[in-house]
Design a protein around this ligand. Structure first.
Ligand code: NDP
Ligand code: 2IT
Length: 446
């Protein structure tokens, strides 16, 4: 496809997928990067690679009925969108959050295809989830929901077919209930069907930490490309879930001070540096809200409905959710001296925000590159399951570090090759699309 055909192509994607704003946004960002690549490989246009990538291979929507603790019937909607399997089985997380809808699952699955390609591991892309809201639900309710969800999902997944994992609202507890039901229905101990498992039953060391660690390592590489490091820098990390907690931990191990984090209610400001042990106790053990952190720490304050991006910092890692950082926020960060942004969440920066960062010369690492450490370590978990092996923390973390360093180098060098030095958005989109595109050409019209 030539450059002038991109606009009508995008219009057609919007027409065929009405009302799916996040999906349109994710497609637009990739498509806008691809002109020079499509000119380089005419075969991609002949074989309609872009058109096929934007049409998921399979989209599954199902009813999830379950009974709450009061004995009342609840009905949620479940999704699994299997976007592309040219490089390997569909791979990607499950999100349980009331905002989940088809457009959100499709945007996440679309991003996942490219992210997974960047890891260099043999994994295709997909995503799933439900509009189930785990907040305020008892452990038994979560279990009953997961069992009902898997009672339908099991027929669509498998270690060689589709391998889900966690995302927002889905951690080791939920993966446990999902895996237990899969095992019961299929009568197979098929460890490689899900990743993010507990360490006692097939999980891999470092998977819990991997996304956050990987994002911090990507930020380290972005600084290293300019002869700098994290030591002594001030950072801000939005969110306070799985990705945020371990991004904070690794940033601080690398010498930065993280002075703020957040949840959907507000912002914790802690100029002394976030106490990660206390944060884990509040969020992972007690499953409490973030204000409890501030109650227990003298140096910290909690402000409701505050804007975390107004806290001055040199490094910012958005690690909560999509479109959490807009053009105004980007301008605040830039005005306050921020020079490095790495996305731990998927598509957390709006198109206006991305443009502001690129125009200001901020080093901007898009999620599909910067947060790929989670899914890459999922692939390492699959590898350990397949070989019935168990690696040490140090060995696995060293693999993660190599993978993140390689992804950074690939994006950096691709951006230079395509005439956009320092533009990791173009570097990531082009390098990933090239990998998936070559595989799709080789596999014929499928
Ligand atoms: P968690 O459920 O562990 O944590 C999510 C965090 O983001 C919480 O602090 C939550 O606050 C906040 N959040 C979620 N939705 C919203 C919202 N609509 N508005 C404001 N805050 C919100 O999820 P993860 O840490 O796993 O995921 C965070 C991001 O990272 C997501 O974008 C996910 O897709 C992405 N990601 C996750 C990977 C993984 O391995 N887990 C891998 C790669 C990317 P609250 O508790 O108040 O809802
Ligand atoms: O967005 C993501 O990359 C994830 N939620 C992790 C996917 C995975 O399969 O580990």
């Amino acid at each position: 496809m030539l450059d002038e055909k991109i606009e009508p192509f995008y219009d057609e994607v919007v027409r065929r997928n009405p009302g799916e704003a996040e999906y349109h946004q994710a497609v637009r960002e990739v498509v806008d990067s691809l002109g020079p690549l499509l000119a380089k490989h005419p075969r991609f246009a002949e074989r309609k690679i872009l058109e096929r990538i934007c049409e998921p291979e399979r989209q599954i929507i199902f009813r999830v009925p379950w009974i709450d603790d009061r004995g009342e019937v609840q009905i949620n909607r479940g999704y699994r969108v299997e976007v592309n399997s040219a490089l390997g089985p569909y791979k990607g997380g499950l999100r349980f959050h009331p905002s989940v809808n088809l457009g959100i699952v499709k945007f996440l699955g679309f991003e996942q295809v490219f992210k997974n390609a960047l890891t260099g591991m043999p994994i295709g892309g997909g995503k799933g989830g439900s509009d189930f809201d785990p907040k305020g639900r008892s452990d038994d309710e979560v279990m009953r929901f997961c069992q009902s969800f898997m009672t339908e999902l099991y027929r669509h997944i498998g270690e060689y077919t589709d391998v889900p994992a966690g995302d927002i609202g889905v951690g080791a507890r939920e993966i446990g209930y999902l895996f237990g039901q899969y095992k019961r229905i299929t009568n197979r101990y098929e460890s490689g069907v899900l990743t993010g498992k507990g360490l006692e039953w097939g999980g891999a060391l470092v998977r819990t930490e991997a996304t956050g660690y990987g994002t911090a390592l990507f930020a380290r590489e972005m600084l290293a490309a300019h002869g700098r490091d994290l030591d002594g820098l001030t950072a801000v990390v939005s969110g306070s879930g799985n990705v945020a907690i371990y991004a904070i931990e690794k940033l601080q191990q690398l010498g930065a001070t993280v002075v703020a984090c957040s949840d959907s209610d507000g912002v914790v400001h802690d100029p002394a540096g976030i106490d990660v042990a206390l944060l884990k106790q509040v969020k992972e053990v007690e499953r409490a809200r973030l204000d409890r952190y501030a109650e227990r720490r003298d140096s910290a304050t909690h402000r409701q409905a505050a804007n975390i991006w107004e806290v001055p910092c040199q490094v910012a890692l958005p690690c909560a959710t999509q479109n959490e950082l807009n053009g105004y926020d980007a301008k605040s960060l830039i005005d306050n001296g921020c020079t490095v942004v790495a996305e731990g969440a998927n598509m957390p920066t709006t198109p206006e925000g991305v443009r502001a960062f690129l125009d200001a010369g901020v080093a901007f690492g898009p999620g599909k590159a910067a947060n790929a450490g989670g899914v890459a370590t999922s692939a390492l978990e699959m590898q350990q399951n397949a070989s019935r092996d168990r690696w040490t923390f140090e060995h696995t973390e060293a693999r993660l570090d190599d993978i993140m360093t390689d992804i950074h180098r690939l994006c950096f060098e691709t951006a230079e090759e395509f005439g956009a030095p320092g533009n990791y958005v173009i570097g990531a989109n082009v390098a990933a699309f090239e990998r998936v595109g070559h595989a799709m050409v080789a596999l014929g019209l499928i």
